[in-house]
Write a protein that binds this ligand. Sequence first.
Ligand code: MSP
Length: 513
Amino acid sequence: MAKNFYITTPIYYPSGKPHMGHAYSSIVADIFARFKRLEGYNVLFLTGTDEHGQKIEKEAKKNNKDPKIFCDELSETFRSLTKTLNLTNDDFIRTTEIRHHKSVIDIWSKLVDSGDIYLDKYSGWYSVSDEAFYEEDEIEENHGKKISKSSGSIVEWVEEESYFFKLSSWQDKLIKFYEDNKKFILPESRRNEVMQFVKKGLKDLSISRTSFSWGIPVPKNNKHVIYVWLDALTNYISALDYPDTGSVKYKNFWPADVHIIGKDILRFHAIFWPAFLMAAKLPLPKRVFGHGWILSDDKKMSKSLGNILDPIEIIDKYGIDQLRYYLIKEVSLGNDGSISLENLKNCINNDLANNYGNLCQRVFSFIKKNCNNKIPKKSKLIESDKKLIDNLKNNLSKIEAFMNNQDLNEYIKMVVGFSFDANKYFNDSEPWSVKKKDPERMKNILFVIMEQIKNISILLNPIIPIATNKVLGAMNISNQNINLDKIKDENIFDHEKELNNLEILFTKIEDDN
Ligand code: MSP
């Protein structure tokens, strides 16, 4: 069976500078994409920008720009962020591209053909900032203004002619789908949220707007533009050449394996998207994973609260591997998590510099000094050697399962544990004290610790690719050749070849930095 894997990030509104929340969704998706490649999968990893709708039109006006020109500029900053974050996305889609336009029109026509669309009038609350309709019980008053209870953004009363999608008629089929596919929505708490919401009853959904024009016009009635969420969600298939369902990309990669999203956009992905797809008679994605929010001072990071930690500033100062590691280690993926510069520095110092970084540096320099800079061959391993190596290998299937259930925190906990154990092993085995009286023993210790550094580096590779590629490269293992099978392979080292120089991996951060 072909081992294909399709993973997506949300497509971002290019309405302002990218912030840590955006960086987080993308880094998380990138880690899974990289891991699946290590497992030997042919991966398609998609990200991009969501460029239509009232929010973007408003923002462009504020900046005195034509919306397309405005998007061209800001979309570039998101595209360049993919490089800064060291993402391995295979494609970057913009909803203003022709390939996407075609796809949205096709979906619209499919929904018309299936009898799921009708014309009526919408009157209700709308948040431009969330591009979302809200029911009366989902809003509250705050300082004289109506706001959404869930997002806190201001809502306005809208009354306009609108096309509707018969969402209500998909309620039972959605519930059945969630019941048949227990892992469609993860984590479990989000699944429960969605089930409850759907069971309460679904109303038909307004899927066109007439009070502005920045969007894809409704076929045969261009007074209307297609609701930006119907437009945006379609990106996941337009990037696969849909409506050309015979295309290799579509055939190999649809349905998607996992859509990584933030919890604030769960309803769109876990309710609307599958309903649209069912109505269009297309297969549904296998999973939607809703991660929590990155908080700063226990509040959601947002422009209006002024509590934004700028990912680019942090990367410039501390490095991208450092940021990737910190976000994954300290924030529990399914839950909200606070981040701070103080914790980031502690994490860099304790986990990266003192633990993994220091271990690599010590072992490499010991080998340089004592073994002509070549990894010694093993001859006879003793119990403590085998215990160290086997503990990692025997846990490999567990580790793969963590990743495949998006349980990044358990994954990293276990890998960091291996690294602590390796440090302890090196200290306890004291190769320096046996080098004279038992050089064979010293060689075995060095083989074992290098084997362990290799394996830990492979497992950390999706999270901190730059540092681990340096380590593996210094061992003469090319990063083109890294995969999980290399963990099982104890004959990977070239014992005749000298190690390459290993630069400092992580500099410790001093207090005033
Ligand atoms: N354009 C829509 C997504 C369409 S997908 C078909 C959108 N864009 S967004 O730019 O507002 O947000 C994109 C993602 O960033 C969302 O998943 C959102 O949850 C995430 N984050 C934005 N702020 C966040 C935090 N403070 N913390 C974590 N992620 C949050 O929504």
